[in-house]
Design a protein around this ligand. Structure first.
Ligand SMILES: Nc1ncnc2c1ncn2[C@@H]1O[C@H](COP(=O)(O)OP(=O)(O)OP(=O)(O)O)[C@@H](O)[C@H]1O
Length: 302
């Protein structure tokens, strides 16, 4: 059987619960990513999304299970995996261009100065910041800083890009603009991306597939939802596709009604759903009051 680009098998994370016992945040998380896919993961607060992303980044260790990328086990951070966090981590003393140059030089130490600069400028241009290349982070808005972070991550062409709610701290208008930039840069580079978001519309705009996590403790990746919408996508027109509504309704129903009880396949792999083909919820349960609906409402309203 052919192997996928990234294989995650039987991942769990257990913390001491502070009362002498254990708290299993998530367990038996398994999934695979193919090269060039854009996959978002959605789930209520605390189910373990950031922990999973940090394990993929090599910044955290799972309590059990393993992550294999390109046939090699992930055991720590590496240049082949790039991470963008919610709070942009730019070097404050360097200009936006030099923040990218710094990373590009580290990635390709043998490149000439001109080549490094030309490459870095190209990526800044992709996020619409060619006019601000000599500004330092303190002279940029929050949205502009996050665009530099995204340009830097893509510029180093990691084999896997890990984005942890990269737009979480931005206002809705700025967020929309940067979502468009991300669509554009991804259409151009087709890099493999794994991204956390709480925003269902953002997930539909960007993803090929959306992983849905059940609530913690003992959270699982219960379902993998196909986003069968043509590329290139645009925020302005994506709503006109009837499949968009079906996917959106499916995701919202999961978050509001089913995330407390959803289960993956018996072998632990996520149940594959294609709402645009009319797939119904695999194990429907009646709606019940859920203390976590607040997050779901945030996701719906975002
Ligand atoms: N060092 C720690 N000790 C104990 N529990 C921890 C520790 N770090 C994280 N946790 C717990 O692990 C769980 C998962 O955290 P994580 O940040 O991965 O969730 P998340 O799904 O990304 O949440 P959010 O959507 O709010 O960002 C949380 O319940 C958190 O309280």
């Amino acid at each position: 059987m052919s192997k996928s680009f990234l294989e995650v098998d039987g991942l769990s994370k257990v913390y001491p619960d502070g009362q002498g016992g254990d708290l299993t945040v998530f367990e038996d998380v398994r999934f695979a990513l193919e090269k060039g896919e854009f996959v978002c993961i959605i789930g209520h607060s605390g189910c373990g999304k950031s922990t999973i992303l940090n394990v993929l980044a090599g910044l955290d260790e799972a309590s059990s299970g393993n992550v294999v990328m390109n046939g090699k086990e992930v055991k720590g951070p590496g240049l082949e995996r790039g991470v963008v966090f919610q709070n942009y981590s730019l070097l404050p003393w360097k200009t936006s261009l030099n923040n990218i140059v710094f990373a590009v030089k580290a990635r390709w130490p043998k490149w000439s100065k001109d080549k490094v600069r030309e490459h870095s400028e190209r990526y800044l241009k992709m996020v619409g910041l060619d006019h601000a290349l000599n500004r330092k982070p303190s002279q940029l808005s929050g949205g502009m800083r996050q665009r530099v972070s995204i340009a830097r991550a893509f510029a180093t062409q990691p084999e896997l890009l890990l984005l942890d709610e990269p737009f979480g701290a931005l206002d809705a208008l700025t967020r929309g603009v940067i979502q468009d930039e991300l669509v554009k840069i991804w259409e151009e580079t087709r890099q493999t991306v794994f991204m956390i978001t709480h925003d269902v519309d953002e997930a539909i705009l960007l993803s090929d597939r959306i992983f849905l996590m059940s609530n913690g403790p003992n959270a699982r990746i219960a379902e993998s939802v196909k986003v069968n919408l043509p590329h290139p996508r645009s925020r302005a027109t994506i709503f006109q596709n009837p499949a968009h509504h079906k996917i959106r309704d499916y995701l919202v129903d999961f978050l509001v009604n089913r995330s407390g009880s959803a289960q993956p396949e018996e072998d632990g792999s996520p149940i594959v759903i294609d709402p645009s083909a009319g797939d119904a919820a695999p194990k429907p349960v009646p709606a019940k009051p859920d203390t976590k609906t607040e997050t779901a409402a945030r996701a719906v309203n975002a």
